[in-house]
Design a protein around this ligand. Structure first.
Ligand SMILES: Nc1ncnc2c1ncn2[C@@H]1O[C@H](COP(=O)(O)OP(=O)(O)OP(=O)(O)O)[C@@H](O)[C@H]1O
Ligand SMILES: [Mg+2]
Length: 162
């Protein structure tokens, strides 16, 4: 595991500006694995990321809790898949979601990525949110890491604590 950086996000706005800063650095084929307990900010991050990536500031981005996957199109034609696997019934169900379709040409954001087969997210950028113990309600710890150095080379010096 390669740590890229960690920080404390002081409120929802800090999570949103981190997402907006990351968006221009993400390209087709990338997978962002968003992990963390319920209510730690995965969907908040994804919503701000998708709005920035698609360059539509008021784009409707509902939580995919029940639909399991929502698909957005950026102006350049890149599709962004936003998935939440919390309610996935079993490993076989994941095949039906089509997350693997066109993997090289889409951007994929996955909440609860540990529900995916391990080899699906081996090359993911791992973004982990945690509640700050005894911290303010609006604070979240953020850890960004990857299993290979490619992400580190791409991101170090270009993104950091907000
Ligand atoms: N620093 C922060 N970053 C993100 N959200 C925050 C922060 N502080 C407080 N919040 C609040 O926490 C909640 C996060 O909800 P969100 O739906 O993004 O969580 P989630 O991780 O996607 O949960 P779930 O696992 O249920 O999908 C929102 O109500 C948001 O306003
Ligand atoms: Mg969510």
């Amino acid at each position: 595991m390669v740590e890229i950086f960690h920080t404390t996000l002081s409120g929802e706005a800090a999570t949103e500006s981190f997402a907006a800063a990351l968006a221009p650095l993400i390209k087709p084929g990338d997978l962002l694995a968003l992990s963390g307990d319920l209510g730690t900010g995965k969907t908040t991050f994804a919503r701000a990321f998708i709005r920035a990536f698609c360059r539509v500031s008021d784009l409707e981005v509902p939580s995919p809790t029940f639909t399991l996957v929502q698909i957005y199109s950026a102006a350049d034609g890149t599709d962004v898949y936003h998935s939440d696997l919390y309610r996935l019934k079993g490993p076989d169900d994941i095949e039906d979601l089509g997350l693997d379709d066109e993997r090289e040409t889409t951007v994929l954001l996955v909440e609860w990525p540990d529900r995916m087969p391990a080899d699906w997210w081996r090359n993911a950028l791992k973004i982990a949110f945690t509640h700050v113990p005894d911290g303010a309600d609006a604070s979240r710890n953020l850890e960004v890491s990857a299993d290979n150095v490619d992400w580190q080379e791409r991101l170090v010096g270009r993104i950091g604590p907000q």
